[in-house]
Design a protein around this ligand. Sequence first.
Ligand code: NPW
Ligand code: ADP
Ligand code: K
Length: 534
Amino acid sequence: MFNNRELISQVAVTAAQMRDIEARIFAAGIPVAALMEKVAGLITRRVEEILGQGDKVNNYSSPSPPLPLSPSPLRIGILAGPGHNGGDALVVARELYFRGYEVRVYCPIPKLKELTSQHLQYVRSLDIACYESIQNLQDCDFLIDGLFGFGLERDITEPIAGAIHQLNQWNKPVISIDVPSGLHTDTGEILGVGVRATYTLCLGLWKLGLLEDQALEYIGEAELIDFDIQYADVQAVLGEYPKVKRITTASALSTLPLPRQQVTHKYKEGNLLLVCGSRRYAGAAILTGLAARSSGVGLLSIAVPQSLADTMISHLPEALIIRCPETESGAISQLNLPANTDLNKFDAIACGPGITLDADSVVREILDSSKPLLLDADGLNVLASMGTLPTLQKRQALTILTPHAGEFKRLFPDIDVNQNKILAAQEAAKQSGAVVLFKGSKTAIANPQGWVWIIPQSTPALARGGSGDVLTGLLGGLIAQAVSRNLSVEKMVATAAWWHGRAGILAAQERTQLGVDALTLTRYLMPALTSVNR
Ligand SMILES: NC(=O)C1=CN([C@@H]2O[C@H](COP(=O)(O)OP(=O)(O)OC[C@H]3O[C@@H](n4cnc5c(N)ncnc54)[C@H](OP(=O)(O)O)[C@@H]3O)[C@@H](O)[C@H]2O)[C@@H](O)CC1
Ligand SMILES: Nc1ncnc2c1ncn2[C@@H]1O[C@H](COP(=O)(O)OP(=O)(O)O)[C@@H](O)[C@H]1O
Ligand SMILES: [K+]
């Protein structure tokens, strides 16, 4: 089982939920000012580590590189808003001042919350320069953004809007406290204008908005500053089993079918049927097959148009290649399963990469099966053309859909995808009864019961044709193993997406973001796993 700190790192909350959790902590007896001191102390320590000038004892594991140094003492600009986000920033200002940094404060709003006001008063008493114009911070080496945290609920207006525009233009390193100011805590929407941070130090619990696509341009490297919130307080607000989860390395590793039982055989380790490829998209079938291989699946059968079969055998000698009759255009026209085999023999079926719309009769046949079915690419487009909801209502077994935004809109035209990816995935899963993996810069997975898993880290290196085929193969193989081992399919779907993202990150680290073509990605699937599963 996970310890409480790991559980805390898996949770993501709205501003209202954070407020309720905070209220419980304060009601239990910790003074607000004491908590602010503690949190700001942790932020200060982390800021110093990021600057590369702090304590050499590094208790945190961040991939972030230290910021470039300039002749000391460093000049640090602190942006302090009216609420407790500003209070945090002012305590950090004081602490950095005591550590020898040159500190300047931008505090544009005269009406401050009481605690924030007291901290400003003390900062002023130290002769730390405080300004109402952002211009005075222009020659700082880096900036700490404490304008607004989870208390921001309306658009930012002048003069702060102009100040944020200005500092974004300076292109200086910025560390945002809790969330980049201007970002909506729940949705990641920008309320008028938003600080473009280099680092975001999220306080206590991950905020949902930081996990949305639209936040990515603003948050930089985001990490959690864990200040010992008790998991019982989280459960009191979110319920015993919080419904929105971040996939962490620990949660992913606990879901994978590792280690295998000693006494087992290939039929127990998942039997997957892939239906993929066409004369036009032969490569999609190869990529999907290679990724399925990396999943460790016990048995792999791949149905392809007959003209592709020999190529497939040369790439995947261990797989059973099923030669299917093909249309004039070179798409699979019907499944041609071996004698004594029907679709029920498989633990799972994955269908879609490269099949083209001409394979629609095969998609219909597979939809009629009573086995868990993953649909991707043109498999999804055929489903959309049949009518997503009525078609899926007829299915007895689980369906897993893996749309990108374009496919999502075709499948679920009534759901708004622009605002909030998590809600969109949740709504799609609820309406369709399917597990929906909504791809993109961030990936969210939802099941019909309202549970959501979010993949917190990925890389734009994956924005290349074929990345999705790799995901489908990996997913198919893992789903087959989940089914044969009676594990949670939806958690396995989320774990597959996490693994796919890790492989992209590792490949990009070694080869740059330009070096992660889809074939290379398949070769990084195993190293990505071994790098964390020691
Ligand atoms: N949770 C925890 O456990 C801990 C939380 N901590 C910290 O507290 C932060 C939350 O603090 P918070 O609630 O005071 O809100 P915050 O984000 O500072 O801003 C709200 C202020 O801004 C104002 N305002 C709003 N919109 C505005 C606008 N457009 N333009 C202008 N003004 C606007 C609004 O005033 P209003 O006018 O609405 O009355 C209000 O005064 C959190 O992010 C974290 O940093 C840590 O210290 C300790 C542990
Ligand atoms: N900017 C990005 N950041 C992280 N992951 C990305 C990004 N762009 C694409 N991806 C991932 O790459 C995959 C692309 O899949 P898809 O759009 O189906 O591509 P294709 O059909 O060409 O294989 C998805 O898993 C998606 O989440
Ligand atoms: K902030």
